[in-house]
Design a protein around this ligand. Structure first.
Ligand SMILES: *Cc1c(COP(=O)(O)O)cnc(C)c1O
Length: 220
């Protein structure tokens, strides 16, 4: 049996002050998720629209985050359900979010996903494309507020191999700290998963996305 409460205590004991924990609940049941909520989890992350829809009504009140790749044609299903979309990596997607947010008369908070190691297998824009995308979104999407950056770095057994990626994204994030545009309001630097969140926090992450470390190994 996975002891969700003990796992959460363990993760929290390693967390720095001011860091938000998003418990990643993909593949896990509403019962497991509700256990985590009973243990104080306020924010959960899913990477598939379908899983959000399947579980939404069975999960206690909590803040939902969309952390996975989002297809344009599925934005409409989650626009009224999530507080933050971490995975925006194209103007096309941002425009659709803008349109659907407008229909719901809401402002949608997003993060720009950066593929910092330029991995073929990962979503996100390259480092060089971040500025252009932020400029385009602010010019074209009045219902979209850019709250920061998100990244998934390559897997490494030795954290020192990937520390530099976190440092680079933190530097980019800091570059937007004093941005005067109303819809560029940086607050979240979403980086760090079960195997690398300690390193990510050391390099300035203030939002970690932890699944396995809370719920145990996923069975797909
Ligand atoms: C699954 C997932 C996580 C959590 O991964 P763990 O290694 O289980 O902590 C974090 N971020 C994203 C984008 C994910 O898809």
């Amino acid at each position: 049996m996975v002891d969700i409460k003990a796992n959460l205590e363990n993760v929290r004991s390693e967390m720095k002050d001011g860091v938000l924990l998003v418990a990643v609940t993909k593949t896990h049941t509403p019962a497991e998720i509700n256990t985590a909520i009973d243990c104080g989890v306020t924010d959960i992350g899913e990477n598939k629209v379908q899983e959000i829809l399947d579980k939404y009504d069975s999960v206690k009140p909590v803040r939902w985050h969309m952390i996975g790749h989002l297809q344009t044609n599925k934005v409409k299903y989650i626009i009224d359900k999530v507080v933050l979309i971490h995975s925006v990596d194209s103007l096309k997607l941002a425009k659709e979010i803008n349109k659907r947010a407008g229909q719901h008369e809401k402002l949608m908070d997003i993060l720009i996903q950066v593929n910092i190691a330029d991995e073929e297998s990962k979503w996100g824009v390259s480092k060089d494309e971040v500025k252009g995308l932020i400029d385009d979104v602010t010019e074209n999407c009045p219902n979209v507020r850019i709250k920061g950056l998100m990244t998934v770095v390559p897997y490494a057994d030795d954290p020192e191999e990937i520390r530099g990626y976190f440092t680079q994204v933190k530097e980019m994030y800091d570059g937007y700290a004093g941005d005067e545009r109303e819809m560029v309001d940086f607050e979240y630097l979403s980086m760090g998963m079960t195997h690398d969140y300690v390193t990510a926090m050391e390099e300035g992450s203030n939002l970690i996305r932890v699944g396995t470390g809370i719920f145990g190994t996923r069975v797909y």
